[in-house]
Design a protein around this ligand. Structure first.
Ligand SMILES: [Zn+2]
Ligand SMILES: [Zn+2]
Length: 239
């Protein structure tokens, strides 16, 4: 039976939302909670009946969360939830406990973690991509490159409006995926030895391998700056 117990931490996924007038942010639940937008601190409401308190054992109402962040990340792998963000929450009030998580009455969002942009790069902001509900625009993580010059909501602004810290989700610390080593002149990854005959897993470029790339980029930028300064000098008649 649902019981009032001390608050418990949990993890869930949701869609970040921006109010139509742009003055407030909220979260839109996935699956069962698709029709509702809730704020940082919220009380569950039952859409089926107003005659019982949430969460009722006869109903599926209430907020849901997992005990473990990995379970929430696993759910976000499903195609229909992959644009969601990860929320760290505190569940309180009455709740029902399950093996993987809780169904509960009162929720406080403690932090927001955004995943990657659709293109795979690390997200830098939140973009309005349509698919909202009445009064609310739905946002999704977008990287600097894909955002280009379009108007997007910065993670800092979302954090200020929601009152909770927003950061990029770094995952659980283990990932088999890593950037490819840059290609050298030979066409093989420039790691100092040929890798074509080894069965090693690809590794991220070392800081040392990045130095020549960055140096080349700085030189290029400096040359471009010199050129622009020369043109500006010609236009303003200054040496
Ligand atoms: Zn209910
Ligand atoms: Zn992108």
């Amino acid at each position: 039976m649902p019981a009032d117990r001390p608050a418990l931490p949990g993890w869930k996924i949701a869609y970040p939302m921006l109010s139509a007038d742009g003055s407030a942010v909220g979260f839109n639940g996935v699956a069962l909670g698709r029709s509702q937008v809730y704020g940082t601190v919220a009380e569950a409401v039952c859409v089926q009946s107003s005659r019982h308190r949430c969460p009722s054992t006869w109903c599926d109402c209430g907020f849901y969360c997992f005990h473990d962040a990995e379970q929430a990340r696993a759910l976000a792998c499903d195609e229909q939830y992959e644009r969601s963000v990860l929320l760290e929450v505190l569940a309180s009030g009455r709740y029902v406990s399950y093996e993987l998580g809780l169904r509960y009455q009162r929720q406080t969002v403690r932090s927001v973690r955004v995943g990657r942009c659709r293109c795979g790069r690390t997200a830098a902001a939140l973009d309005d991509v349509g698919g909202g509900v009445v009064g609310w625009r739905r946002l999704e993580p977008v990287c600097r490159e894909c955002a280009g010059r379009r108007a997007v909501l910065s993670l800092a602004t979302f954090g200020a409006l929601s009152g909770v810290p927003v950061s990029v989700d770094e995952g659980s610390g283990y990932s088999a995926m890593a950037p490819l080593a840059p290609l050298g002149e030979s066409g093989f990854p420039d790691t100092g030895r040929l890798r074509c005959d080894t069965a090693d897993a690809p590794t991220a470029p070392s800081p040392e391998a990045e130095i020549p790339l960055l140096t080349a980029e700085v030189t290029l930028l400096q040359a471009r700056l010199d050129e622009l300064q020369r043109r500006l000098g010609r236009l303003t008649d200054q040496p």
